[in-house]
Design a protein. Structure first.
Length: 283
């Protein structure tokens, strides 16, 4: 496994693989890797000949009061995990390498970034889409791999790729969970033991929603109220949103007719956690 800190060297390594006829897979991460990230690398290994993992804590997707400064950066451990999972190249640039000057060019996806996480993090997705565009331009992958846990992000990136005619395929892989059901996240490291136990109620609320839908529940107000009742059982959980939205527009819906997304964001202490599950009653 090779490690590149510069754009020039990363492009050189990928170009050499491309000349050998290899297909290129990209797994964009901010490091602090866990089993969820590893599952993305493994998925990329199955579909692509040469796998690039980017490790870059992107400052432009953090708000002024968010955790950019304290975001975990265990690079040595991350590199070991990448190597064990079979990555061929890790691209680990500095902020100065990715943003040599103050950025004045942005990739902005409208409408589908305004609901859910976009309501409380108004510039977050602008940072995500811009850095992903940079990574796609640097690595030129045939496929890029994202996790279902960040469902809105994956939907936004898919739309950006389609609208801008980018020559790659976005692959969304299933959420990996702890035994309690809590979705794996780099931010889980911030949780105390008690907070981690409480955080399992996020998944419990989503499970209840799924059970109700499987039993014929379609009215979203009823479903959301039941999810809220479960989350409110734990005083540590402060609800940011509970939403059921159209899977394409990400607009709130009153009644489930075909495909949708149930999504939750909460704060436990100072830690913000998100989770979701896709709904498809057409099956």
């Amino acid at each position: 496994m090779k490690v590149s800190q510069t754009i020039k060297l990363a492009r050189k390594n990928v170009s050499a693989a491309r000349k050998q006829g290899k297909t290129i897979g990209l797994v964009p991460t901010m490091g602090a890797l866990h089993r969820g990230h590893i599952s993305l690398i493994e998925a990329a290994k199955k579909k692509c000949d040469y796998v690039v993992v980017s490790i870059f804590v992107n400052p432009t997707q953090f708000g002024p009061s968010e955790d950019f400064g304290k975001y975990p950066r265990p690079l040595e451990e991350d590199l070991k995990m990448c190597k064990k999972a079979g990555a061929d190249l890790v691209f680990n640039p500095s902020v100065e390498e990715m943003y040599p000057e103050k950025n004045i060019t942005w990739v902005n996806v409208e409408k589908i970034t305004e609901n859910l996480c976009g309501r409380s993090r108004p510039r977050h997705f602008r940072g995500v889409t811009t850095v992903c565009t940079k990574l796609f331009n640097i690595v030129a992958p045939d496929m890029a791999f994202f996790g279902q846990k960040d469902a809105q992000q994956a939907i936004v990136i898919k739309r950006m790729v389609a609208d801008l005619n980018m020559p790659l395929k976005i692959i969304v892989c299933p959420t990996v969970r702890e035994q309690s059901g809590l979705a794996l996240s780099s931010r889980n490291k911030y949780l105390s033991e008690q907070e981690r136990e409480d955080a399992a109620y996020i998944y419990k609320s989503l499970q209840k929603c799924k059970e109700m839908i499987d039993s014929g529940g379609r009215n979203t107000e009823t479903l959301i109220n039941e999810m809220r009742n479960i989350l409110q059982q734990k005083k540590s959980i402060k609800i940011e949103y509970i939403s059921i939205v159209d899977e394409k527009t990400l607009e709130n819906i009153d009644y489930i007719q075909d495909k949708a997304l149930a999504a939750v964001a909460v704060r436990i202490g100072s830690t913000r956690l998100i989770d979701n599950f896709p709904i498809d009653i057409t099956r």
